[in-house]
Design a protein around this ligand. Structure first.
Ligand SMILES: Nc1nc2c(c(=O)[nH]1)N[C@H]1C(S)=C(S)[C@@H](COP(=O)(O)O)O[C@H]1N2
Ligand SMILES: [Mo]
Length: 445
């Protein structure tokens, strides 16, 4: 029985069709009308210049960010926080221990440059905002695809910058784990960016060819709108200018420089550190040689002196397990190296660490450095900081220490007393504090 001759529906018209609401031809009032956007400086030139600045900076932020992902050695057991990464882990490699300052440089660059570019990103978004309200919202399949890719581009960019900034401010308001979200968000953003650059580059080139850089010399009085075009950026009803294009660029650049000046100090030792007013870790955390940043204090993770006092023993597991007191460790050959601690959140500082070589501890437990990796366990229970796997290369490096002292003084409780890991060129998060156990074992990957 068909729908038409069903008894109860017999009288309904045969031409019945679902009513698809159609959008009016004319845009609704407000931001959907091109005349709503009146800034006379919007246009392909301004957008191209801002886009080119980002095109230089964003790849540096992306590459240093992806390097940071590799620096965690997520191919080792316990280290991988993104087990679902699949092909996105394709570039992983055994992170080197040389040069020892490399991660300090790449991660400082990632964070400080990312912060610095944020005002430029905001200016770029401002310059294209009329496009967000294009009417009709969908004109053709091709245009729908382009708009969808812009959603991923703008959404991805905002997501990466905002999660990054919240994370370095230790402000974990988002309801997901930062580390996988920031990685997957990066790949989405980079994919959309590649499409965007390919689509827009011809226009950027032709705009700069015809218009050149003369707007960098044009003052407010001589500022004119760009000729009407099909970009959707030039206002059809421009208001008189209140700022020149170079004024807008100077404003965004000034914002970027301010952010840079107030955060770069966190990655530099010496008096410049005090200029890092935007850094969340720019405070005082100890006395004497222990006066440097602490991410998590002992109190904040429930470490009490009863665990770290004379009863503390280091369990060294391997073919011949040993238990060592702090006095036993201090009686072993001690080595001192100046090595940075470089937090994934951007701050870093170089210190003189004194302690026992991981390689010596491996040998003591009957394992051969070179063919041995180690699982480090902390007194701290639970969470990503409580354990980490260090690679065979990291164990074998003579500068990799179980540190007992810093700058000649005993480690403070907040810096990991009785003993902490220091590995050259490792991300700070792998320099486990309050070490309880070292499990030397064969190479697994
Ligand atoms: N057990 C434990 N170890 C840890 C941490 C922690 O929270 N718990 N923080 C790590 C991080 S993220 C960094 S950057 C360094 C910070 O070292 P600091 O507190 O001595 O400056 O320690 C690492 N080791
Ligand atoms: Mo860190």
């Amino acid at each position: 029985m068909t729908r038409e001759n069903a008894p109860t529906e017999g009288r309904r018209s045969r031409s019945w069709r679902p009513r698809i609401p159609t959008l009016p031809e004319d845009p609704p009032p407000g931001p959907f009308r091109p005349e709503f956007w009146r800034s006379p400086i919007r246009g392909p030139w301004l957008t191209s210049v801002l886009g080119l600045i980002l095109l230089v900076g964003v790849p540096i932020v992306a590459i240093t960010g992806l390097l940071s992902y590799a620096a965690y050695n997520p191919w080792l057991p316990l280290n991988d926080l993104t087990p679902g990464k699949g092909l996105l882990g394709f570039y992983l490699f055994d992170w080197p221990t040389n040069p020892p300052w490399l991660y300090r440089l790449t991660q400082g660059t990632h964070v400080v440059l990312g912060l610095t570019l944020f005002p430029v990103l905001l200016a770029k978004l401002w310059s294209v905002i009329p496009k967000l309200f294009a009417w009709p919202p969908v004109r053709s399949a091709a245009q729908a695809l382009e708009r969808a890719s812009l959603l991923l581009l703008v959404g991805g960019a905002v997501f990466e910058f905002v999660t990054g900034i919240l994370n370095i401010q230790l402000f974990y308001v988002f309801p997901f784990s930062f580390y996988p979200a920031h990685l997957y968000g990066a790949w989405i953003f980079l994919g959309a960016l590649a499409v965007h650059v390919a689509l827009k580059m011809p226009r950027v080139v032709s705009t700069l060819r015809t218009r050149g850089l003369r707007d960098l010399r044009t003052n407010l009085a001589d500022t004119r709108p760009e000729p009407p075009d099909t970009s959707g950026l030039v206002s059809p009803a421009p208001a008189p200018p209140t700022i020149s294009r170079r004024g807008l660029l100077a404003f965004a650049g000034g914002g970027a420089l301010t952010v840079f000046a107030l955060s770069v100090g966190q990655s530099i030792d010496g008096w410049l550190r005090r200029t890092a007013l935007l850094a969340p870790h720019g405070r005082v955390y100890g006395t004497g040689p222990n006066d440097f940043q602490v991410n998590k204090t002992a109190a904040s993770v429930g470490i009490v002196t009863a665990q770290t006092g004379d009863a503390w023993r280091l369990e060294v597991m391997g073919p011949h397990p040993v238990r060592l007191s702090r006095a036993d460790l201090l009686a072993m050959p001690l080595y001192t190296y100046a090595l940075p601690i470089a937090c994934v959140e951007g701050w870093s500082t170089q210190r003189e660490w004194t302690g026992v070589r991981l390689a010596d501890l491996a040998r003591m437990a009957g394992a051969a450095p070179g063919d041995t990796q180690v699982v480090v366990r902390s007194l701290q229970r639970g969470g990503v900081f409580s354990r980490v796997t260090l690679s065979a290369r990291q164990v074998a490096d003579p500068r990799s220490l179980l540190a007992l002292r810093v700058g000649g003084a005993d480690l403070s409780l907040d810096h990991g007393y009785p003993a902490r890991i220091i590995v050259p060129n490792a991300p700070g998060v792998h320099n486990t504090k309050w070490v309880r156990m070292l499990e030397f074992g064969p190479v697994t990957a």
